[in-house]
Design a protein around this ligand. Structure first.
Ligand SMILES: Nc1ncnc2c1ncn2[C@@H]1O[C@H](COP(=O)(O)OP(=O)(O)O)[C@@H](O)[C@H]1O
Ligand SMILES: [Mg+2]
Length: 284
């Protein structure tokens, strides 16, 4: 299985948000997209699951052209690539279990959805998803009463209920404290490794991308200016992505750091040694 963006461009008026991006992602990769605010990261991600339409170019998955899908085909695609957001997008006054089961909506008839009739199987699957993320004890609480970290885990559980092939995450940890950020990133990595689900995540911190992602895509002004493993992300590459300060001193990596990842950094070295091989063979 392979996902592909071909020459994807998105304009807003005369502003180019995403400029002729070409990216191929083999199934099962964990990809981090980094870049300054306004670089085009969110627009790129939103085009992948068709929340936003490209101005030109095309999107392909396993030989099918995703960018021309309509109706049921489009809904199936949006089920296949679940999205999680910085602000979680839960229904705060509904309980956690119901929020997770809402992930099944794309699998069911409108009438069943309308009345929120969920089967025992769906309840069990939702509970299992919550258990998987270590928050099954919150199942009956209103989602709005949970901490940010717990809410993001609920959102991931809801995404898992879609049985996605791809998980898209737009700055999933930007609103979280360092401990919860680590828990959420660990959960994404675990899903990627155990289920082989491709994860594409926008990240505002460089060290998180380095620690968790086998491949980093750096964007600047709508274009991809870096695409490779963390080991190739040199100071010069970082400077090209983030630009330099007015005095030309370049960027200090701690500026884009949450400093949370000491344990994660160790495991990422292990993964990296296996991950680069996979990457190289996938590209060959
Ligand atoms: N809906 C929109 N209408 C107009 N301009 C937009 C819209 N969405 C994004 N943009 C512009 O496109 C550029 C890229 O934005 P975005 O994809 O949100 O970047 P990032 O996620 O990297 O911060 C920015 O200049 C932004 O102002
Ligand atoms: Mg964004």
């Amino acid at each position: 299985m392979k996902f592909e963006l071909r020459n994807i461009t998105r304009r807003f008026g005369d502003r180019i948000a995403v400029n002729a991006v070409n990216v191929e992602i083999p199934q099962g990769q964990m990809v981090g997209i980094i870049g300054r605010s306004g670089a085009g990261k969110s627009t790129l991600l939103r085009m992948i699951n068709r929340l936003q339409e490209p101005s030109s170019g095309s999107i392909h998955f396993n030989g099918a052209e995703v960018s021309s899908l309509k109706g049921a085909g489009l809904r199936n695609w949006q089920r296949d690539c679940a999205m999680i957001f910085q602000q979680f997008n839960l229904v705060p006054r509904l309980d956690v279990l119901t929020n997770v089961m809402l992930g099944r909506l794309n699998h069911r008839s409108t009438l069943m959805s309308l009345f929120s009739i969920f089967s025992d199987d769906e309840r069990l699957a939702a509970l299992a998803a919550l258990e998987r993320l270590g928050i099954e004890q919150t199942a009956m609480q209103r989602a709005g009463t949970l901490s940010g970290g717990q809410q993001q885990r609920v959102a991931i559980a809801r995404a898992l209920m879609q049985s996605p092939k791809m998980l898209l995450a737009d700055e999933p940890i930007a609103s979280l404290d360092p401990l919860n950020a680590k828990i959420v990133m660990d959960a994404l990595r675990d899903i990627n490794e155990r289920e082989g689900i491709t994860v594409v995540t926008n990240l505002h911190t460089l060290d998180t991308a380095r620690s968790y992602c086998e491949r980093i895509i750096g964007m600047a002004h709508g274009s991809v200016v870096f695409d490779g493993p963390p080991s190739e992300l040199t100071a010069a590459a970082v400077q090209e992505i983030y630009g330099s300060d007015r005095d030309g001193a370049g960027i200090d990596e701690t500026m884009t750091s949450t400093s949370i990842n000491i344990p994660a950094a160790q495991t990422s070295t292990e993964k990296q040694s296996g991950g680069i091989g996979t990457l190289a063979s996938a590209r060959a």
